[in-house]
Design a protein around this ligand. Structure first.
Ligand SMILES: C[S@@+](CC[C@H](N)C(=O)[O-])C[C@H]1O[C@@H](n2cnc3c(N)ncnc32)[C@H](O)[C@@H]1O
Length: 193
């Protein structure tokens, strides 16, 4: 059948090709928009990060770049909070979701396969980060745009340039080396321009 001189089958094929191309673009973005390597936080650092965030039951924690979901799981188990992980790697997002499922936490913990730069963070009470200096620089405008007053941001190893921490804490890394955890609170930590 022809419509404006173009066979319908050709139109369908064009649509399918466009969808496939979109899929490939998403795959490409997975690498292009990846702002930090996958290195899991040590258990001791996670414990300390969650402790200084002073999580209260019922609050919502976002881990931006959640890797295998270890922070989400620890937060949900130890502090009875809801947790949302955002992970750009489809492989890691699947691993995190499977780990959450295995722990029986699927009702309270959600893993989103996405670029955290495109996620609305306004429902967060606590945001955890283990990224890199440039990643924090890139993310900062979104944190300032979305986070509501009293939201705490806890960053392992990398400070947020232009913000002032309300507290810092030292922990040991995987090899017994010293690492710093930075605690920020909105809006007190955001320096006035
Ligand atoms: C250093 S790992 C931290 C993993 C986990 N948060 C932890 O502390 O164990 C950084 C993670 O951020 C993810 N990532 C990097 N850029 C991202 C982006 N734009 N959106 C979502 N995830 C991203 C990486 O794939 C990686 O899993």
């Amino acid at each position: 059948m022809l419509r404006a001189g173009i066979p319908i089958s050709l139109l369908s094929y064009a649509c399918l090709t466009a969808l496939a191309a979109y899929g490939q673009q998403s795959d490409l973005d997975e690498f292009k928009n990846n702002l930090a390597p996958n290195v899991g936080s040590p258990e001791s650092a996670i414990d300390r990060m969650l402790q200084i965030a002073k999580l209260k039951p019922g609050e919502t924690l976002y881990d931006l770049g959640c890797g295998d979901g270890r922070i989400l799981i620890a937060a949900a188990k130890q502090y009875k909070v809801k947790a949302v992980g955002v992970e750009i790697s489809s492989r890691l997002a699947k691993v995190a979701a499977a780990n959450v499922e295995e722990e029986g936490l699927s009702k309270r913990v959600k893993v989103i396969h996405a670029d955290f730069m495109r996620v609305d963070l306004s429902s967060a009470n606590v945001v955890t980060l283990y990224l890199a200096t440039t990643a924090n620089d890139t993310l900062r405008p979104n944190l300032e745009r979305f986070l509501k007053p009293k939201t705490r941001v806890v960053s392992y190893d990398y400070p947020i340039a232009g913000w002032t921490p309300i507290a810092t804490s030292s922990t040991e890394g995987h090899y017994g080396d010293a690492h710093t955890i930075y605690l920020y609170e909105v809006p007190n930590s955001i320096n006035k321009k």
